[in-house]
Ligand binder design. Structure first.
Ligand code: XMP
Length: 310
């Protein structure tokens, strides 16, 4: 399909559906929600309101960086601090689906429902793509952003209608649309980062302290592998501990996994053959993080593994 034509069709679709009402969206800084942000603003002008929800699960400095990047494009993004709500609802949860559900619920029913109510908005624009729908329908995973496909009626449940202008595209298609919309390469070429953010990389309970550990490991992995040209790279905190030695004392420490994969559209993936030098450097830096005494490299392709750990 012609992507220019796709853009025009979606802008017309958003305009027609929203009419004179107000629509909102949540921006994460990923290519999907960034494209939706630009399409919404082109379609509705200032009747379209964009928010960045700080859910405590983002990478270091991410909320401020994303808001700044869009300000430079002339698009105002409201920064909403919902850290306590998300952490409160994740407290004590260890089951992957329960954690995902808690994030979905906090996002849609609590934080977004309030924003929508306060603004009197009737529509939420969401960056769901085809792969999200396929994997959710196949029962592989509950993506946080699928509602209709799960039989949830957002209008009845949360009081607003959800539009998904990208639902016929895969990631490569979204990137092409993003380039046509002249989004900065920091966005169009950014490696995929999941909606539930660092929660997908913490096995077991998501706490502020465990988030700090994985945030630091993520920063190291992203710095070290930025030039790898891999499809995606990430760090994972396991829900287990291992004995180690630090300063001549036994330490029962955290285990961090590094994952670096090649893929076209994340439906299948193969691990990247990193050099020993690179692996040693990653291991050395990661085991300098407070309380972390093991670093493992994940050799598992998808399938049987998925990319993320929850
Ligand atoms: P999995 O772990 O399912 O990941 O093999 C496939 C791709 O999707 C990303 N991913 C998500 N993206 N919301 C998203 O927006 C999610 O809930 C989600 N879960 C996984 C993952 O990073 C990979 O690129």
């Amino acid at each position: 399909m012609n992507h220019q034509q796709f853009i025009e069709e979606q802008i017309a679709y958003i305009r027609e559906t929203v009419g004179e009402e107000i629509a909102v969206n949540a921006l994460s800084g990923g290519v999907d929600s960034s494209v939706v942000t630009v399409l919404g603003h082109r379609a509705l002008g200032n009747r379209f309101k964009t928010f960045f929800i700080d859910n405590a699960l983002m990478r270091e400095g991410e909320p401020e960086r994303v808001v700044r990047m869009f300000a430079n494009m002339g698009i105002f993004v409201g920064l909403v601090n919902a850290r306590a709500e998300f952490l409160g609802n994740l407290k004590g949860l260890t089951d992957p689906e329960e954690k995902r559900n808690a994030i979905t619920d906090t996002f849609y029913a609590k934080v977004f429902a309030k924003i929508v109510r306060d603004l009197g908005a009737r529509f939420l624009l969401h960056g769901t793509i085809l792969t999200d729908i396929e994997e959710t329908v196949a029962g592989i995973k509950r993506q946080h952003n699928i509602l209709a496909q799960l039989g949830i009626d957002p209008e009845q449940e949360y009081g607003y209608q959800v539009l998904e202008p990208l639902k016929t595209l895969r990631k490569d298609g979204v990137r092409q649309v993003a380039r046509i919309l002249e989004l900065p390469s920091k966005i169009t070429e950014r490696i995929p980062f999941p909606g539930p953010a660092l929660a997908t990389r913490i096995v077991g309970e998501v706490t502020a302290e465990r988030l700090d550990t994985i945030r630091e490991a993520t920063k190291i992995v992203e710095e070290e592998l930025r030039d790898s040209s891999a499809f995606q790279y990430l760090a994972v905190l396991l829900n287990d501990k291992a004995t180690g030695i630090r300063n001549n004392e036994r330490e029962f420490g955290h285990i961090v996994v590094v994952r670096c994969i090649d893929s076209v559209d994340a439906r299948t993936a193969t691990p990247v053959e990193l050099s020993w030098d690179k692996l040693h450097r990653l291991c050395e830096r990661i085991t300098h993080i407070k309380g972390v005494n093991r670093c493992l490299y994940d050799l598992t392709p998808k399938p049987p593994a998925t990319v993320e750990y929850i």
